[in-house]
Design a binder for this molecule. Structure first.
Ligand SMILES: NC(=O)c1ccc[n+]([C@@H]2O[C@H](COP(=O)([O-])OP(=O)(O)OC[C@H]3O[C@@H](n4cnc5c(N)ncnc54)[C@H](O)[C@@H]3O)[C@@H](O)[C@H]2O)c1
Length: 349
C-alpha cells in the first residue's frame, strides 16, 4: 500500500529533491501540495503529481495524508511540523529544525506525544562519501581523531531560492533567523557529530556580514560568514567555516586528522575521499560527488524517511539530532555576539 504524502512549501528544495524523490518512490503517492504562492504548488503538481491544497492546515489535517515534508521557510517549521506531529503525521522537516531551540523542543514533545516520526533533513549524513568516511573512522584505520577542519560555502541563496533575487527570505532576520549559520553551518555541525560519534561541547565563533546586500542595497540582516572553533567531548579540536560568498565553486570539504593518518573528503574534485596514512601512503576512495546547488543527485533522504515509516525504524536523523545541531549553532551565535567561548550542556532529556 502506498503511503500518501503531503508537501508544504513548493520552493527550490521541494522541487529539486522532495517531489522528484517521492515521485520516483515505488511506495509513495504524492497526494497534496501547498504553497502560499499557488502557481508554485500548481507547477510542482503538474510535474510530480498530487493535488494543490488551499492551506497548510488542509495538508496537516487531511485524514488520508500519512506523512509530510515540511519544506516551508525556517520560521514556519516549528508551527507547521508541531501541528502535523500532533495530528499524528510523520514529518520530514527541513533544516534548521526551527529558528529557536524552544521551538525545536516543542516539536520533539509533539512527536513524543503521538509517537509520530520526526526526521530532520540533514542530508549530509546520507552522502555516500560521508557514510564511507564513517565506516573508515569506525574501523579504527585512522586511530583516534584528534583534529578536524570542515567548510561549507557557495555563492549564496539568492542563486538557489525559488525567488532568485536579493529580496529572498534567506536574507531576512525574522524568517531565516540564523543566516549562513542556520543554512549551511548546521549541516556541518551535524555531520561532525555523525562522523565522529562525539558531542561538541565547546564553541567559539565569529560572524560577519561581508558581502551580501538586500533589495535596497543595504547589508543583509543576517550573517553571510561564520568561522567556528569547536571542541568535542573526547577532546578533539577543530574549525568549521561557512560562507554564502564562495564564488566559482562550492566548498563542501571535511578533513579529519587522526593518530594514524588523514582523511580528506571532497577536498579535491578528482578524489571523493583520500586517505593519507602516517607512512605517507595514499589511497583514493571513489564514491561519487556530493550534490551541489547546480548538480542534484538522489539525496537518499526520502528513501530513508519512507523506510523509517514502513519499517518502524528510528530515522537516520532524529528530531533530537536536529535539536542538538541547532543548540550548537545557537551557542556559536551567542559566542559571536558576546566574544565568549560557550560551553554546551547537551541536557535535552
Ligand atoms: N537540506 C538541504 O540541503 C536544504 C537545502 C536548501 C534549503 N533547505 C531548507 O528548505 C526550506 C525551504 O528552502 P528553499 O530552498 O526551498 O526556499 P525557497 O525560497 O526556494 O522556497 C521556500 C518556499 O516556501 C514557501 N513558503 C513561504 N511561507 C510559507 C508558509 N507559511 N507555508 C508554506 N510555505 C511557505 C514560499 O512561497 C516558497 O515557495 C528552508 O528551511 C531551507 O533551510 C534545505
Amino acid at each position: 500500500m502506498s503511503i500518501k504524502v503531503g508537501i508544504i512549501g513548493s520552493g527550490s528544495i521541494a522541487n529539486e529533491r522532495h517531489a522528484p524523490e517521492y515521485h520516483h518512490h515505488p511506495n509513495v503517492e504524492l497526494f497534496l501540495v501547498y504553497d502560499p504562492n499557488p502557481d508554485r504548488a500548481q507547477k510542482l503538481v503538474a510535474k510530480h503529481g498530487g493535488t494543490v491544497a488551499a492551506s497548510w492546515q488542509e495538508v496537516v489535517h487531511h485524514p488520508e495524508v500519512q506523512a509530510i515534508s515540511d519544506c516551508s521557510t525556517n520560521e514556519m517549521h516549528h508551527i507547521i511540523t508541531t501541528e502535523a506531529l500532533l495530528a499524528g503525521k510523520h514529518v520530514l522537516c527541513e533544516k534548521p529544525i526551527a529558528t529557536t531551540s524552544e521551538g525545536a523542543q516543542a516539536m520533539l514533545a509533539a512527536a513524543k506525544a503521538t509517537g509520530a516520526i520526526l526526521m530532520v533533513d540533514h542530508n549530509q549524513r546520507l552522502v555516500i562519501a560521508h557514510q564511507k568516511a564513517r565506516q573508515i573512522i569506525d574501523s579504527g584505520e585512522l586511530g583516534r581523531i584528534l583534529s578536524f577542519k570542515t567548510s561549507f560555502g557557495h555563492k549564496g541563496p539568492e542563486h538557489w531560492s525559488i525567488n532568485k533575487t536579493n529580496a529572498t527570505w534567506f536574507f531576512k532576520k525574522n524568517r531565516s533567523a540564523l543566516g549562513v549559520a542556520g543554512d549551511l553551518g548546521i549541516h556541518k555541525v551535524d555531520l561532525l557529530r555523525y562522523l565522529l560519534q562525539d558531542e561538541i561541547v565547546q564553541v567559539s565563533a565569529l560572524t560577519a556580514v561581508l558581502d551580501k546586500k538586500d533589495e535596497d542595497g543595504l547589508p543583509i540582516e543576517v550573517c553571510d560568514h561564520m568561522v567556528c572553533l569547536l571542541r568535542t567531548q573526547s577532546g578533539a579540536v577543530g574549525t568549521a567555516s561557512f560562507s554564502w560568498s564562495y564564488y566559482g565553486e562550492e566548498d563542501n570539504s571535511t578533513i579529519l586528522y587522526g593518530e594514524r593518518g588523514i582523511m580528506k573528503i571532497f577536498a579535491d574534485p578528482e578524489k571523493d575521499i583520500e586517505i593519507i596514512a602516517a607512512t605517507g601512503e595514499r589511497r583514493v576512495e571513489r564514491t561519487g560527488a556530493i550534490q551541489t546547488n547546480d548538480h542534484q543527485t538522489n539525496s537518499g533522504v526520502i528513501d530513508a524517511f519512507i523506510d523509517a515509516i514502513q519499517n518502524q525504524k528510528t530515522p537516520i536523523v532524529t528530531g533530537k539530532d536536529g535539536l542538538i545541531a541547532l543548540l550548537i549553532i545557537e551557542a556559536a551565535m551567542e559566542s559571536a555576539a558576546t566574544g565568549k567561548t560557550i560551553s554546551l550542556q547537551q541536557n535535552i532529556g
